[in-house]
Design a protein around this ligand. Structure first.
Ligand SMILES: NC(=O)c1ccc[n+]([C@@H]2O[C@H](COP(=O)([O-])OP(=O)(O)OC[C@H]3O[C@@H](n4cnc5c(N)ncnc54)[C@H](OP(=O)(O)O)[C@@H]3O)[C@@H](O)[C@H]2O)c1
Length: 335
């Protein structure tokens, strides 16, 4: 399939502050036989975009031995991913010759993970990647806020085997993972307490949390409440401190963790009723995320929309801690 057109994209040729994100004209991609070409209407700013734009070890919240691999993936001196953005919602504009699951005109949404490249008018994705038909009850701008958090939170919550009536505390409830975890845990019948910063208290309440705690004012480990599950998305607590607020047989789940937490996991596997669990999302299941959206169990709470040209401002807004919900980058003002 021959295609020599150009497209607008936000390009970063060096690591650094939001200003490294510049609007440029680049080559429009051409779908391979197994790929669909998507006209992107909306994308997002999430943890991975901020991290990849300006990688530092300080922001790396996983075991240290993985850091060199991340640098190999994202680049040492200059970025290997020169177009960021991992979530998209849009329309299929063309399909490769072997594609059977999609046709031109289908409305789709999805997540390309660390491959990125969604801060652009077009992106090709394999038809069997994380791309599915867009939920019918959301606009493109709403739908695009869900794939990353939805896929990761669903995979991690499945490992928690949450039972109706259990009390779960989510530390980092306003983040990409936490904000969807709050909603899925609620839909499973759990009583959910969300912990976040002051500007995002209303956001977490709007997601349906039974209680919210502002970590800048209160320490949940001192509240006297106990929990069946504590889920820390960003490794901002410690087993030593949370142990006494975990019920008997309680579990402490971590989405971000270092070697210390891995050793705690191994130790608590053998000793004691309270367990540490370092969990990774391995299986991606966007179909189930779409079903949760269509059954009304996951909603989108958008704080602000920025046009593609203002992607640097969007990054600045998030980095300054101003966001009060999801941040959407639009490539079509109608979405
Ligand atoms: N295990 C896996 O499979 C997996 C997969 C993908 C990502 N991750 C990791 O998961 C982590 C979280 O990702 P994310 O996308 O949710 O990040 P994010 O959107 O940046 O959210 C971070 C969350 O941490 C909260 N937070 C910051 N400081 C805090 C503190 N002192 N006490 C309590 N909460 C605090 C933030 O609250 P406020 O914003 O309200 O201040 C926010 O809710 C990252 O480290 C990422 O690498 C793990």
């Amino acid at each position: 399939m021959e295609n020599k057109g150009k497209m607008k994209a936000i390009v970063n040729i060096k690591f650094g502050p939001p200003e490294v994100l510049e609007l440029k004209e680049v080559d429009k991609p051409t779908p391979k036989n197994n790929e669909v070409l998507i006209r992107i209407y909306a994308t997002t700013v999430n943890f991975g975009d901020l991290f990849a734009r300006n990688i530092t070890y300080r922001k790396f919240a996983m075991p240290a031995p993985l850091y060199p691999m991340v640098r190999i993936m994202f680049g040492f001196r200059k970025p290997k991913k020169t177009i960021l953005g991992s979530e998209f919602s849009g329309t299929v504009e063309a399909v490769g010759t072997d594609v059977t699951l999609f046709k031109e005109g289908d409305e789709v949404f999805g997540y390309v993970g660390d491959k990125m490249g969604c801060y652009a008018e077009y992106r090709c994705v394999p038809e069997d990647g994380s791309v599915v038909l867009k939920p019918t009850n959301m606009t493109h701008a709403e739908a695009v806020t869900v794939p990353y958090g939805g896929i990761i939170a669903l995979a991690l919550l499945r490992k928690m085997n949450i039972q109706t009536g259990q009390k779960i505390l989510i530390n980092g409830a306003s983040g990409g993972i936490g904000s969807t975890a709050v909603q899925i845990a609620k839909s499973l019948g759990a009583e959910v307490t969300g912990v976040c910063g002051t500007p995002r208290l209303e956001f977490v309440k709007a997601l349906g949390a039974n209680k919210v705690i502002d970590y800048t004012k209160d320490d949940f480990t001192q509240s006297g409440e106990t929990y069946d599950i504590i889920f820390d998305t960003y490794n901002k607590s410690s087993f030593k401190k949370v142990k006494h607020v975990l019920k008997k047989n309680g579990r402490y789940f971590l989405a971000s963790f270092g070697m210390r937490q891995v050793f705690q996991m191994l130790r608590t596997k053998l000793i004691g009723s309270k367990k540490v669990k370092c969990v990774m999302a391995i299986n991606e299941d966007l179909d189930s995320v779409k079903e949760l959206i269509e059954s009304g169990k996951i909603k989108a709470v958008i704080d602000k929309r920025f046009p593609l040209e203002q992607t640097a401002e969007a990054h600045q807004y998030v980095e300054e801690g101003q966001k009060k919900g999801h941040i959407v980058i639009t490539l079509d003002h109608l979405v």
